[in-house]
Every structure is written in C-alpha cells, then in structure tokens.
Design a binder for this molecule. Structure first.
Ligand code: SF4
Length: 187
C-alpha cells in the first residue's frame, strides 16, 4: 500500500518498505479525470532496486519495470489536512455533529445537490434563501409554530448593533483584501 511508503519533503523522495529510495525525474504529467472533473498534475517516483527485490510480487503487479508512486501537485495540502484531522479528531467530529446534518438535509432530503444559478453573487443569494427556509423549519421544529410566531411578534431587532457588526466585518474584509493585493503585487 502507498501508505507504507514514507515521503521525504526535503529530498522529494519516497522510501519503500524495503528501505529503497524512490526518486523522481521532476517531470510533471497530466492526469485527465473523467466525468468533467478537473485534470491535475503529478510526478512519478521509481527505483531500479525493484528488479532484484525479494518482495516485488507483493508490491507491484507489473512484470516489466518496478513499482511506481504517483504524487499529485495537491499531495502536500491533502497530507496537511489529514494531519490536522488526526490531531483534532474530536473537534472534527464535533463539527460533523453541528454542521454536516444541515447540508445532509438540504442536499439529500430536499434535493439541492446543485444550484440553479451561476456566479458567486447569484449562488450566494440562492443559498441564502435555502438557509432561511432551513432556519425557519428548524425553529418551528424546536419551538413549535405558535411559540415562533409569538417570539417574532415580540422581537425587538437591534439594527444598530447589527449594522456595527456588519461594518466591522466589511472593515476586516477590506484589510485582508489590501493585505492580499499588497502581498501579491509585491511578489
Ligand atoms: S518492489 Fe521496489 S518499491 Fe516495492 S518494496 Fe521492492 S524495492 Fe521497494
């Protein structure tokens, strides 16, 4: 299994279970994915030690040539994410409990597994409507229709506070946008 091969980031090599080092020539190949999925780049890693390896038949089905490991251009971030998940498994489980069932209901039960509109602005609008309906249905499930209506009737919205929170978020976004452009224009 590829998980038994250890990647060495500094050397850009893999070490196999027999202790042999698999190296790359550095050529990027293109993997064309089917079903409209985007293609991606990967490098190949090999070692000439495979031809004399006593466990070659356990490692690869290839009669000619040895074992090849493909490493995608995204492997670093995938590995970082797996590491974060392993180190924070309880936190990720909590997130699943809190958030995932919402998207499960919307996608699987209501059938919104795609959007009808295109473009970030329009999709945000469409999704805001879906989430509003979800929140209303959930509130009715928790409080019941009568209590929800009573609460809405007596609701005193704090528009000033909401406006301040909105302005603060916009200001933070503006600062992060400026930092982003500064970093990228300076690069
Ligand atoms: S076949 Fe090659 S890669 Fe696999 S264990 Fe043997 S030397 Fe290592």
């Amino acid at each position: 299994m590829v998980t038994q091969f250890i990647y060495n980031k500094e050397e850009d090599t893999y070490t196999c279970p027999q202790g042999e080092v698999l190296r790359t020539k550095g050529t990027w190949h293109t993997k064309k994915s089917g079903n409209g999925a985007p293609s991606y780049q990967f490098k190949k890693y090999r070692t000439s030690a495979c031809k004399d390896c006593p466990v070659k038949n356990l490692c690869t089905g290839r009669e000619k040539g040895g074992r090849e490991i493909d490493r995608s251009e995204y492997a670093d971030v995938v590995e970082e994410n797996s590491k974060r998940y392993r180190e924070n498994a309880a936190l990720y489980r909590k997130r699943q409990e809190w958030n995932e069932h919402i998207f499960g209901t919307i996608k699987r039960k209501w059938g919104y597994n795609h959007t009808n509109l295109k473009g970030l602005k329009k999709v945000n609008g469409e999704f805001a409507l879906i989430m509003t309906v979800y929140n209303m249905k959930r509130s009715i499930n928790i409080l019941g229709f009568e209590e929800l209506m009573a609460k809405l009737k007596n609701w005193q919205p704090n528009y000033k506070g909401m406006l301040c929170a909105f302005a603060k978020t916009r200001r933070l976004k503006l600062i992060s946008d400026i930092q982003f452009y500064n970093t990228n224009l300076a690069a």
